[in-house]
Design a binder for this molecule. Structure first.
Ligand SMILES: CC(C)(COP(=O)(O)OP(=O)(O)OC[C@H]1O[C@@H](n2cnc3c(N)ncnc32)[C@H](O)[C@@H]1OP(=O)(O)O)[C@@H](O)C(=O)NCCC(=O)NCCS
Length: 226
């Protein structure tokens, strides 16, 4: 099981943080965090339910991480293992995560796939999301996986959807002329874009698009030259 102790910084003030695997006792708080993190128009059916969380902690407990600040839950991140074929990258969130139930988790899979990351609004911009991401990178390296992969929402896209295609919007975010609350965060965490996937998720703000972004295991970079 995973446990990491560190200090995050609120301005100049260090605050103690623990990253650890989440467990049954954490479920009510985790569901509350989802409600705070995905307010309408995001569909409430996509918030965690107890059955999904139970599957996370039983099928792939190593992929179920949460972050605590002063003993209080501040966020979580969940993943499963899949076999990813870069020659056939398109998929929906619903299919690849089994709608968040992860019953398709494959213990021998080559890719750590992110189901969700969320940090409570009052704990944002403290670096906690980044620490959760780095902790999942630890899991990738520890298990000798090829990559971490996930589809990021692009919630800023609806503001410019009339003028730009999703690909043009992604280019603008990657070139730094625009910022997106999720894609910019993922870039700052060290993820690199693979492609835009249409109909990735039922998400009005992103116009249902997702951006696949990966983090390749730096210890097996030779694999990627093939
Ligand atoms: C996305 C989310 C997890 C970020 O969590 P966070 O703890 O606030 O992020 P961090 O403080 O670790 O930020 C890491 C980096 O991303 C940047 N960043 C974070 N939020 C950002 C935003 N809204 N816009 C632009 N950059 C952002 C930070 O400036 C920081 O950059 P730095 O390390 O170079 O200083 C959080 O905003 C969230 O829970 N959002 C709602 C749920 C969601 O949409 N999840 C993603 C589903 S695909």
């Amino acid at each position: 099981m995973y446990r990491k102790e560190l200090y995050a910084f609120e301005g100049d003030k260090p605050i103690p943080v623990v990253i650890r695997n989440y467990q049954i006792e954490d479920f009510p708080r985790l569901i509350q965090i989802q409600q705070e993190c995905f307010p309408p128009p995001f569909p409430s059916e996509l918030w965690w339910n107890e059955m999904q969380l139970k599957n996370h902690v039983t099928l792939f407990p190593e992929g179920a991480l949460c972050v605590e600040v002063d003993g209080k839950l501040a966020g979580s991140m969940t993943s499963l293992l899949v076999d990813f074929d870069p020659n056939h990258p398109d998929h929906s969130w619903e299919v690849i995560t089994d709608n968040g139930y992860i019953r398709n988790h494959k213990q021998s899979g080559n890719t750590l796939y992110v189901v969700d990351i969320s940090v409570r609004p009052k704990y944002r911009k403290l670096g906690l999301g980044k620490w959760l991401m780095f902790s999942m990178y630890d899991v990738v390296v520890h298990k000798g996986l090829t990559r971490l992969l996930g589809g990021g929402r692009m919630p800023g896209y609806h503001k410019v959807a009339k003028e730009l295609s999703p690909e043009q919007y992604l280019d603008a975010v990657v070139s730094g002329t625009m910022k997106d609350p999720v894609i910019t965060f993922l870039l700052r965490c060290g993820r690199t874009p693979v492609k835009v996937v249409p109909n990735y998720l039922d998400d009005e703000e992103s116009r249902n698009n997702g951006v696949l972004l990966e983090w390749k295991n730096p210890f097996i970079w030779n694999e990627f030259k093939k």
